[in-house]
Structures are given as structure tokens and as C-alpha cells.
Design a protein around this ligand. Sequence first.
Ligand code: ZN
Length: 177
Amino acid sequence: MRMQTKLEIERRELAARFWHMVRQSRDPDACWEWKGCKTKNGHGMWHSHHNVSPMLSHRVAWELTYGEIPARMCIKHTCHNPSCCRPMHLRGCHPSDLGHRKLDETQVVKMLAMLSSGVSQRKTAAAFGISLGAVAGIAVGINWRTVPRPANMHPIRRPPDGYPGPKALRPRPALCG
Ligand SMILES: [Zn+2]
């Protein structure tokens, strides 16, 4: 019990130290700028302790407000200001959503043309500024399946009609024994 209380105090102190580095505004729409050092992309960086690696300040702001960030979740700025730490301006999204949301159909057509001409998925991802997972999803036809695909690309694999799905194929546990 005492250990837990101590941990809670440490967390509160850590949170107070963090928010001290954020310029909080009373303006309901304003960004909360990070006052510390930044990455070359403009994201705030926070050193919680000397012996740990720095963390991105907007991700810390998210965690302190909403809880632990689920694995592979991206934290995006709705205000497009990379150093902003205002929790209201942060949105969690899955990397594949990121690819979905940022692209439009014209871009997907271009991307499919690049992939079909032999450009690697990694290079395509870099060219469009999206995750490799998002490109892979488009390449195999999981995402954007309504966009016409170049003839030399793999056809979208669909389960045959009436396929019950993997769940139904799992053996049922014995009822007794
Ligand atoms: Zn902002």
C-alpha cells in the first residue's frame, strides 16, 4: 500500500514537472507550446530523468491526460503544430487510419501505378509520407479496394462465397471432461 502511494506521489511530481514546460493558454482554441528543446521536425522533447531517453512531449501530454498509449497507436496533432501539447489538439489514430485519412483516390491511383512499375513499398511509403503498413494494405487490396488496380498487380483476394470464416473452423472445446 505504501509503495503504491509513493508511486502516485512520484507520478504527480513528474506530471507537474512536465506541465511546467508547457505554455498553457487561457484562450480556448490556442495551442499549448512546448518550452523545452525540440526535434528537427519541431516536436517537443522531454527528458524526465538524466538516465532515460527523451520522450516526445505531445505523447507524454496524451498519456498524462488519457492514459497509456496503446501499442502502435500514433498521436496526431489536429492543429498541425508539432510542438503543441494541448490534449484537446491531440488525436490517437492507428497507423493504417493515417494512410487512409491523408490520401485521396488520385494519390492511391498514383501509388498503385508506382508499385506496379516496380517501386518498392518502402520507397512508395516515403514518397507519400505514410506508414509502410498503410502502403502494404493498399498493395494487397485490404484498403482502398474500390480503386481500379493495374493489370499486373495481384488481384484482391476475397474469400469464396459462403466461406464461414476462420472462427467457425476452430475446434469447439469439449463440453465435459
Ligand atoms: Zn495545438
